[in-house]
Design a binder for this molecule. Structure first.
Ligand SMILES: *Cc1c(COP(=O)(O)O)cnc(C)c1O
Length: 364
């Protein structure tokens, strides 16, 4: 039998990092701290209540959850102008990104991003038959903002997507650069949406504003967030996006009906009500990150500046060998980024001690 798979998908492997039961799982930027018992109980009782109504479809517009997300952003990022109609959510920010591509991408349309960056971006483009174009970052992984504006003018993309802090490098985009990108996007004749992917925003250094604070001035700016990282809720699958209402309305057209289950909505709302407890360890993770970066530099490695919960370090002559040696010692890290670099997610102090001793042994 011939399977009529799309020729551009034939033979491809699905994306995904290894999921292994080892002593230190430091490869997918999860929060290493499990939710505290008080939050587990709150989620369990919210889900129990939702279960009583599972014969019905969930609230398709999830207005309660959207209000809770607006309240959270006002508290966390001083973004106090948001109404539920400015908020979108889906099963992880990965699904939010797919909705953006379904609504704004498509054949003959281009998305521009800055490499190296999140390896899922080309996949959303591929799946929606959108062209994915990248401009290389500078050697320190920052974006040359004049070159970016020129590339926007030349490429005329429908979307510019920037992860800030970026994955896998950890580098954040200064707010004036966000404005510069949005202004360049404003000059694209057919219109262009700038999407800032703030999956790691809660780990940013104090005093750095969220790009969401710029939304009132910019109708073509959207900011996506997730509960997967700082919130310690990667298993809950909840990502969201803030933007002006016409952007949200476009996403509502392409979403599947009832895409957010009643269980997901209940889980996310219970977690949001306890955001302070869930994020109690963010400061600790940040401190551990700064210690890890400093330690790696003391060992002579080059380390990208990180505003996230991971560090990209190198160079290694044979990074695959280092990765395997670490894994043999129970430390799972990630082979990603430019040739020669490795990425480590920030774990508990015990996990990072294991990381340091394994790296010393492997490179001895
Ligand atoms: C982890 C990550 C996400 C989050 O994905 P979810 O689907 O919300 O779990 C989004 N963007 C980037 C750059 C990430 O690294």
């Amino acid at each position: 039998m011939t399977l009529p798979i799309r020729p551009d998908l034939a033979g491809l492997e699905p994306y995904g990092a290894p999921q292994l039961e080892v002593a230190a799982r430091l490869n997918v930027n999860e929060n290493p701290y499990a939710p505290p018992n008080s939050v587990v109980d709150a989620i369990a009782s919210a889900v129990r209540k939702a279960a009583e109504g599972l014969n019905r479809y969930p609230d398709r517009d999830f207005l309660g959850l959207r209000q809770d997300l607006a309240t959270y952003l006002a508290a966390e990022s001083h973004v106090d102008f948001l109404e539920p109609r400015n908020i979108w959510a889906a099963n992880g920010s990965n699904e939010v990104m797919l909705h953006l591509h379904q609504a704004f991408g498509g054949p003959g349309r281009k998305v521009l991003s800055f490499a190296p960056t999140y390896s899922m971006y080309p996949e959303y483009a591929r799946d929606t038959l959108t062209d994915f174009v990248t401009l290389p970052r500078r050697e320190d992984f920052s974006i040359d903002i004049e070159a970016a504006a020129a590339a926007i003018e030349e490429t005329q993309p429908v979307m510019v997507i920037v992860a800030s802090p970026n994955n896998p490098t950890g580098t954040a985009l200064p707010p004036e650069h966000v404005s510069a990108l949005v202004e360049a996007a404003d000059r694209v004749p057919g219109g262009c949406l700038v999407v800032i992917d703030e999956a790691y925003a809660e780990f940013r250094r104090r005093g750095v504003p969220s790009a969401a604070t710029l939304i009132p001035e910019h109708p073509n700016l959207a900011v996506s967030r997730t509960m997967s990282k700082a919130f310690a809720l990667a298993g809950g699958r909840l990502g969201y996006l803030v933007a002006h209402e016409p952007v949200i309305d476009a996403l509502r057209v392409v979403r599947l009906p009832y895409h957010l289950s009643a269980v997901t909505q209940a889980t996310a709302r219970a977690a949001l009500a306890h955001h302070r407890e869930l994020q109690a360890q963010v400061d600790e993770i940040r401190a551990e990150r700064d210690d890890t970066v400093a330690w790696l530099r003391e060992q002579g490695y080059t380390v990208a500046d990180s505003d996230a919960n991971f560090a990209l370090f190198g160079p290694f002559e044979d990074r695959e060998k280092v990765f395997q040696g670490m894994l043999a010692r129970g430390v799972l890290i990630r082979v990603t980024g430019p040739e020669g670099w490795l990425r480590v997610s920030i774990g508990t102090p015990q996990e990072m001690a294991l990381f340091r001793s394994a790296l010393l042994e492997v490179t001895a």
